[in-house]
Design a protein around this ligand. Structure first.
Ligand SMILES: NC(=O)c1ccc[n+]([C@@H]2O[C@H](COP(=O)([O-])OP(=O)(O)OC[C@H]3O[C@@H](n4cnc5c(N)ncnc54)[C@H](O)[C@@H]3O)[C@@H](O)[C@H]2O)c1
Length: 418
């Protein structure tokens, strides 16, 4: 069967979804929706699909079987739940959502509707990640002892200023961890198993007018007894490829983006030499380390293929809603541990209350504007009247407050402010 896709949220990552869909023989992009109609129109023209200005109408389109959610992170839940209720299969960009409660609402809606749900983590589909996972499952590491994730990326101040939602608790849900390093947090817990305890420090050191962290360091205890660290930043100039390192009593493996950099086992296997050689030059892009759009769409394509196979055969996709929720829980525990200066045990019973969430980017911008608006002795020039112009890129969005109102979710602020 050919599956019709509808994309919700037509910004930066949506283009990668369109490319991934185009690469699949049994998938076709048929529709798109954006709360900002001009963005939907532009995307539809570029991608040759139908633009909808009303989500309900897109969800009533019988040619749409699967929707992919590409809205800001804290605005994933509303369209995901609406799509499930309309009987569509749902693929949600990372993070699944920004609180456990909102993740659970998506999971429950999809289970109730009997539709497939998948949370996007393309790195799990890379051959290098799968080789390490297979080696762990085959017991080649002996006793797992250390599992580390290092995400030393760089984002300019302009990046955070480019979208009203970026760097806010309400719609980004966090900073270097929740937006950028979550790919590595997911990979680490997939490889090492569930986390039982976390200690952490976080801070905002090199950016202004953001509510969230741009640097974080966490110590981790896994349920299997192994320990590890998670380091994440968007303030390490110029930005380096992300790394994962797994160690055990009988073996070690290390990933730098898609390249295998360490592959050493006490009990050597015949394929080890070819793995070292073949997997040394896999990385084709900047991995998003310095430029968010310097990524490929191959991992997305492999994940979409897995989802379609899951729908067709009735099995679970590799990354279902529960899998997607795991990294969100770990990151929320890191935020809590950093705030209270003590270790936090997992699983979390509820969403942690975070005082940091009371910071507001809009207040910071207003304060900065007020500080800059010092009285001047220069003659005041008459302002040229501004004609409203059509926004030119996906970042020309309403402020988070407007987005929240347009979501029509009266509980939203209460939940996030917990
Ligand atoms: N997998 C990856 O590698 C990757 C990379 C980048 C971003 N992302 C994720 O994708 C999501 C979007 O990020 P982006 O960089 O594309 O953002 P973006 O700002 O470029 O695009 C978001 C789009 O969503 C639209 N929108 C906002 N609220 C909406 C709503 N309620 N309904 C419909 N449309 C709405 C905006 O108008 C905008 O066009 C985020 O969750 C982000 O974490 C994933």
């Amino acid at each position: 069967m050919e599956y019709g896709f509808g994309v919700i949220g037509c910004g930066m990552i949506a283009k990668f979804h369109a490319s991934a869909i185009a690469d699949l023989p049994n998938a076709r992009l048929v529709a798109c929706f954006d709360s900002f109609p001009a963005a939907a129109d532009r995307f539809a023209e570029q991608q040759n699909c139908r633009a909808y200005h009303d989500l309900k109408k897109m969800l009533a389109d019988p040619e749409v079987h699967v929707v992919t959610i590409c809205t800001p992170s804290g605005a994933h839940m509303e369209p995901a739940v609406a799509a499930a209720k309309a009987g569509k299969h749902v693929i949600v960009e990372k993070p699944l959502e920004i609180t456990l409660k909102r993740c659970d609402k998506i999971i429950q809606a999809c289970e109730k509707a009997g539709v497939t749900l998948s949370a996007i983590f393309p790195s799990r589909f890379h051959e290098s990640s799968r080789l390490i996972k297979n080696a762990i499952d085959a017991g080649r590491f002996g006793r797992l002892t250390l599992g580390d994730a290092f995400v030393k990326w760089f984002r300019t101040q302009e990046y955070y200023d480019s979208g009203a939602w970026r760097g806010t608790w309400q719609l980004d849900g966090g900073g270097a961890l929740m937006n950028q390093a979550i790919h590595s947090v997911d990979l680490l817990t997939w490889l090492m198993g569930p986390v039982s305890e976390i200690g952490a420090v976080t801070d905002t050191l090199a950016h202004e007018r953001i509510e969230v962290e741009d640097v974080a360091a966490a110590t981790v205890r896994f349920q299997n007894g192994a320990v590890g660290v998670i380091e994440a930043t968007t303030a390490a100039y110029p930005g380096y490829l992300k790394r994962i390192e797994i160690h055990g009593s009988e073996g070690s493996a290390g990933l730098e983006e898609e390249d295998i950099r360490l592959w050493d086992f006490k009990n050597a296997a015949e394929e080890d030499a070819s793995i070292r050689e073949r997997m040394a030059g896999k990385t084709q892009t900047g991995g998003g380390a310095a430029d968010p759009s310097a990524i490929g769409h191959h991992g997305h394509m492999l994940q979409f293929r897995d989802v379609l196979e899951a729908i067709e055969t009735g099995r679970k996709p590799l990354i279902d809603g529960h899998e997607g929720r795991r990294s969100v829980e770990i990151i929320l525990a890191i935020y809590k541990a950093a705030e209270i200066g003590k270790s936090v045990q997992l699983p979390l019973k509820n969403d942690p209350t975070l005082k940091a969430r009371s910071k507001k980017k809009s207040d910071m911008i207003a304060a900065a504007d007020a500080a800059n608006a010092s009285p001047s002795s220069e003659p005041v020039q008459e302002e040229t009247p501004q004609t409203p112009t059509e926004p030119t890129n996906s970042h020309d969005q309403p402020a988070p407050e407007t987005l929240k109102a347009s979501n029509g979710d009266s509980q939203f602020q209460g939940e996030v402010a917990q």
